[in-house]
Design a protein around this ligand. Structure first.
Ligand SMILES: [Zn+2]
Ligand SMILES: [Zn+2]
Length: 70
């Protein structure tokens, strides 16, 4: 299972909240990750894995890690 990095804004735990069909636009699959504390989120990805990858990419904490620190 892919690890979700902490929220880049408040450092709290993030959870994957992907769900079939988006409430706002009716997209068939809404890949989504949200912070459990603040409003930070990524959404409208095609898959859960893409949502997780998108979340992890935008984390400043992740940016500070070297490529070998996997
Ligand atoms: Zn939508
Ligand atoms: Zn947050």
């Amino acid at each position: 299972m892919t690890e979700l990095l902490p929220c880049p804004f408040c450092g709290s735990e993030a959870i994957e909240t992907s769900h079939p069909s988006c409430d706002c636009c009716g997209k068939a699959w809404n890949g989504e990750v949200c912070c459990t504390k603040c409003e930070a989120s990524v959404s409208h990805l095609d898959t859960s894995a893409e949502a997780i990858a998108a979340w992890n990419r935008r984390s400043p904490l992740h940016e500070m890690r070297g490529p070998s620190d996997q």
